[in-house]
Write a protein that binds this ligand. Sequence first.
Ligand SMILES: Nc1ncnc2c1ncn2[C@@H]1O[C@H](COP(=O)(O)OP(=O)(O)OP(=O)(O)O)[C@@H](O)[C@H]1O
Ligand SMILES: [Mg+2]
Length: 385
Amino acid sequence: MGSFLSCCSKKKVEDGANMGGGGSSSWRIFTYKELHAATNGFSEDNKLGEGGFGSVYWGKTTDGLQIAVKKLKAMNSKAEMEFAVEVEVLGRVRHKNLLGLRGYCVGTDQRLIVYDYMPNLSLLSHLHGQFAGEVQLDWKRRMKIAIGSAEGLLYLHHEVTPHIIHRDIKASNVLLDSDFEPLVADFGFAKLIPEGVSHMTTRVKGTLGYLAPEYAMWGKVSESCDVYSFGILLLEILTGKKPIEKLPAGVKRTITEWAEPMIIQRRFKDLVDPKLRGNFDENQLKHAINVAALCVQNEPDRRPNMKEVVNMLKGYDPRGKIMPLRIESAKYKEELLTLDQTSDDDDGSGSPEDSEYGVFGAMEVQKIQDPYKRFGYNTAVTKYV
Ligand SMILES: Nc1ncnc2c1ncn2[C@@H]1O[C@H](COP(=O)(O)OP(=O)(O)OP(=O)(O)O)[C@@H](O)[C@H]1O
Ligand SMILES: [Mg+2]
């Protein structure tokens, strides 16, 4: 913890002028007064939403820059730690598909992070939220969002040193610029991976529905947890379904449970989002479903890495075409699904007041023999030939 905090020392902050990410050229320290004025006193009208970290407000600086200000909700050591991690990680990344830092503010009792405002908000808002009715996400845009998000993750996993595992890949963390270019956001959950370490056990954080089984059960973190979450995200982009859906009878169903039978029977057209009204490229669809199926396999070692995912999505890697489709996805048991908040909300944004980190928030790393029983996890193994 100390190292994260010390990484965010004043010296480093002052060096930040040449850093930043997501295409922004620089970042700086903002004063609380400045951010207060920019967001109209953090008024409800300016509120873009609320997540585990706190509330996010739209604002405009005196020099006309539109910003999104994330205001830490509570000052405690855990929240401070996350703030430090966020700033530390953001300072390291620079990629067109990652939302970099515009600045931050450290007051006596406030912590705020400033980003560029993304005018098309999040992927979540287009798939399931306020823009869902407008169908601005045509097939081309969906492919661009899938490939761009994958490229952002590829950078985190393979290009930045030390490698970064995001750990909270989900639709609300994929923001869309004016051109619908995706920018993966929120590295507060990220964990910096020291060289030579293949995985780390840690407190489980994330959102049910996107969580890889080995992460949910064992707290085992590796790049392939992000690959699993990306697979769920990809299925969501292609099908328009939520990761966990509440059926009329109150039963909850995961996107993989829903998709599996259709993938087995190769009914790809039945999988695609009906909002596209049949306007999609069938080959690309098959290909992308195949990639998603590979990513959401239960066994982490079988999942492709993000380099392979990007190459398969771009059509460079023939493995994407010739490998048999298969999912060995995990099924959440009923007890766990009843704890899930996200599928109950129309916009899928969850209830941060109830749970800071989703249903696994309070769970420490478990070193036990039978995690399946204890945490209500079942594995449903389906082979595709
Ligand atoms: N730079 C931005 N531009 C536009 N909207 C943003 C920006 N940053 C965040 N938002 C939106 O504000 C809302 C709250 O974001 P926040 O990251 O706090 O929560 P979340 O993504 O729902 O959950 P989590 O805390 O797990 O990331 C989300 O709908 C998000 O898409
Ligand atoms: Mg977020």
